[in-house]
Design a protein around this ligand. Structure first.
Ligand code: ADP
Ligand code: MG
Length: 243
């Protein structure tokens, strides 16, 4: 399988705090990687570095053969192919659902109104919220808002999707509808890096699970190995706490 994401010796400092302490990671095209680990271990920072929302202090990030850390890299161009979904949905509250899903298509991809709306409605249909197109986000449940956020990312036709605890802000009964959308995306072959506490999802959907602690990858492998038979004490004690 061709490589899609390569991280080489990635470091990120915030002042004296070294949040990422040398991450090496390769993700293949179509692979689903779930990242688990305690709060503060650097999971969000890692994801935010992959699309350069955070600038790494040191190290190299290559996505689709683009060296994003090269000083001449066209980050806007590279970022277009990377979709990101956050814990807090981050929809624009003053825009309807449809406007939320068309605005970046219009502004970034320069699509015309008709094409942007058609693409938006297709994506909203896929995540099961097309009937909410004319509503404002505040009228939707958290699960519906998160599905809109996924549709918004997919409307840009990314070839890599980053998810940062996409279900952590949801009431428990709404988690399943979002995970189902993500699972289908995985089945369709999307390359995904998913930070999650949903161990059942990780076990069933991930090709590989990565356990991070203290800014390093402590352990990684097939979900059954890492989740059911971890080698390190750090992973064991984390999993005992969350399972
Ligand atoms: P996780 O997602 O695993 O909980 P984060 O990547 O959010 O971890 O954070 C790792 C550490 O980096 C934490 O100690 C956090 O407080 C710190 N951190 C994250 N972002 C910033 C920032 N912008 N400025 C300073 N410290 C930060
Ligand atoms: Mg986080």
């Amino acid at each position: 399988m061709p490589k899609q994401v390569e991280l080489h010796d990635l470091h990120k400092h915030f002042g004296k705090l070294e949040v990422l302490q040398g991450i090496d990671l390769t993700v293949e095209r179509g692979e689903v990687v779930c990242v688990i680990g305690p709060s503060g271990s650097g999971k969000s920072t890692l994801l935010r570095c992959v699309n350069l929302l955070e600038k790494p202090t040191r190290g190299k990030i290559v996505v689709d053969d683009f060296d994003l850390t090269h000083r001449d890299a066209n980050l806007d161009l590279a970022r277009r192919s990377i979709g990101m979904v956050f814990q807090q949905f981050n929809l624009f509250p003053h825009m309807t659902v449809l406007e939320n899903v068309t605005v970046a298509q219009r502004k970034v991809l320069k699509r015309g109104a008709a094409e942007a709306e058609r693409t938006a409605l297709d994506q909203l249909e896929k995540v099961g919220v097309a009937e909410k197109a004319a509503q404002y986000p505040s009228k939707l449940s958290g699960g519906q808002q998160q599905r809109v956020a996924i549709a918004r990312a997919l409307a840009m036709e990314p070839d890599l999707m980053l998810f940062d605890e996409p279900t952590s802000a949801l009431d428990p009964e709404l988690v399943g509808e979002v995970l189902r959308v993500m699972r289908r995306l995985a089945d369709e072959g999307m390359t995904m890096i998913v930070v999650t506490h949903e161990m059942a999802f990780a076990k069933e959907v991930a090709d590989r699970v990565i356990f991070m602690d203290g800014g390093v990858i402590v352990e990684q492998g097939p979900p059954r190995e890492v989740l059911e038979d971890p080698r390190t004490d750090r992973a064991k004690s984390f999993l005992q706490r969350v399972l």
